[in-house]
Design a protein around this ligand. Structure first.
Ligand SMILES: *Cc1c(COP(=O)(O)O)cnc(C)c1O
Length: 459
């Protein structure tokens, strides 16, 4: 008999979580104005809001923290992190930041101006926020197949190269600071981008004289998919694949809260010295001196160790395997989700579960609230609330997909928790016909409203 796959770690410390009653949850979600971000974590049993900063650090990361050097300038921890970034990513320069969006802020401050165009494969919401805040425009060039949740293809996060070339042709290169390649494509469902596609994007970038930024939050998960799905990569190591991915780009921004398995942290890494130098001033005014940029020494140490652990094949196999395990349960129950399962999350297709809920009443948000009421599980809406309003017309933007994302934190939950999540979703799915109305907005902020929006039930 073949031995089954098992996690390449054992559990050293546990944290108690508490189940609640439906009556309690009805009260809590009402108090939270039907915004899942506004719940207290104690009001949640299984928290799949995000895989960002929610992972479990290892014994080695915790011990690395004890050795953090908290010197203001030139700390050992900075040089340790630089060494690991250089070995992993392959670029010689880097700037630490307190998280991914801070990396975007620093980099974009140095190069994005009003009227600029940044084509990409479904920019992440903070990336888009930082672009639009500067009165520049993010143009989505993801393949159309990504918007059909039933379509199975190995690299559903890919660029549509024709769409990309049209954009590059239409605008002068002075107006295009860079192409943003997001790996994995979070917005499309944690879907990977193939090496072939990255290579072709790079060829177009070279042809039109523009730079490439890799939004690298889940670069290691993307490399795992390349290794296991793309021809010619089966025998290559994860780190070798990672290096090749970055060899096609000019710089990368990293939310270390994802694939580097830390609770807080980020960085920008640069191939070219001049880009690094241009960003230093913004690091100093927004983040801190260039050798700590928003992070303490101990956090840089944990991040360096996390980059090593996060690029190990066995860890990635168990991590992505757990997402696939949940997907397989949902297949058994007939619950529709973005196929194939992504690297960090399951994206339930809310339009298919609740087609009768009007799109003006936030279909995926409605499904998220139902799942919370059912079992105390917290997911997050990736739909109309997140898509926000058009910056010019201020009308709601209705995206092609209404998804409820269930993001799986790294090294945190067991497959028993996945069974619980699947059963809860099945129960909601079985009573889907009686869920007819959604929610309406009571109050919202002008940008990134989903974090703080207040809602009430529609009637
Ligand atoms: C999380 C994320 C970011 C932003 O990072 P934060 O650490 O949350 O600020 C940017 N891009 C992608 C693809 C992400 O997943």
């Amino acid at each position: 008999m073949n031995l089954p796959f098992a996690e390449p770690y054992k559990i050293k410390m546990v944290e108690t979580i508490r189940k609640s009653s439906r009556v309690e949850r009805e009260q809590w979600i009402k108090e939270a104005c039907y915004n899942l971000f506004s719940l207290r974590s104690e009001q949640v049993f299984i928290d799949l809001l995000t895989d960002s900063g929610t992972g479990s650090m290892s014994d080695k990361q915790w011990s690395a923290m004890m050795e953090g050097d908290e010197s203001y300038a030139g700390a050992r921890s900075y040089y340790r992190l630089q060494e690991v970034i250089c070995e992993t990513i392959g670029y010689p320069y880097f700037l630490p930041t307190h998280q991914g969006r801070a990396a975007e802020n620093v980099l974009f401050s140095s190069m994005v101006k009003a009227g600029d165009i940044l084509p990409g494969n479904a920019h992440f919401d903070t990336t888009k926020g930082h672009i639009e805040f500067r009165k520049a425009q993010a143009i989505d060039c993801t393949i159309a197949e990504a918007f059909d949740t039933t379509y199975e293809c190995p690299f559903k996060g890919n660029f549509d190269l024709n769409k990309l070339e049209e954009v590059l042709k239409k605008y002068p290169k002075e107006q295009i600071p860079c192409i943003v390649v997001t790996v994995t494509n979070n917005t499309a469902g944690g879907q990977p981008v193939s090496m072939e596609n990255i290579k072709r994007v790079a060829a177009l970038a070279q042809k039109y004289g523009v730079k490439i930024l890799i939004d690298a939050a889940r670069f290691a998960e993307n490399a795992y998919f390349i290794k296991t799905r793309e021809q010619g990569y089966a025998d290559k190591g994860i780190r070798e694949i990672v290096k090749e991915m970055f060899s096609y780009a000019d710089f990368m921004t990293m939310s270390a809260k994802k694939d580097a398995i830390v609770n807080m942290g980020g960085f920008i890494s640069f191939r070219h010295r001049e880009d690094w130098e241009k960003c230093q001033m913004y690091t100093i005014i927004y983040e801190g001196f260039i050798t700590y940029g928003g992070m303490s020494g101990r956090d840089m140490n944990a991040l360096a160790q996390g980059l090593i652990e996060g690029t190990e094949f066995d860890y990635l196999a168990s991590r992505i395997g757990q997402v696939a395990y949940l997907a397989q349960k949902l297949d058994e129950y007939g619950v529709p989700y973005q196929r194939p399962a992504g690297g960090h999350a399951i994206f339930v297709d809310a339009n298919k579960v609740l087609p009768q809920v009007p799109k003006e009443e936030f279909v995926a948000q409605t499904l998220g609230i139902e799942l919370y009421l059912e079992a105390g599980i917290r997911g997050v809406e990736i739909g109309t609330l997140l898509a926000d309003r058009d910056p010019v017309s201020r009308e709601n933007r209705y995206p092609a997909l209404e998804l409820l994302r269930l993001a799986i934190p790294r090294r945190v939950y067991t497959n028993n928790h996945m069974d619980y999540v699947a059963a809860a979703l099945k129960n909601v799915y079985d009573r889907r016909q009686v869920i007819n109305r959604g929610y309406v907005i009571v109050k919202e902020l002008p940008i990134m409203r989903h974090f703080t929006v207040r809602l009430r039930p529609a009637q």
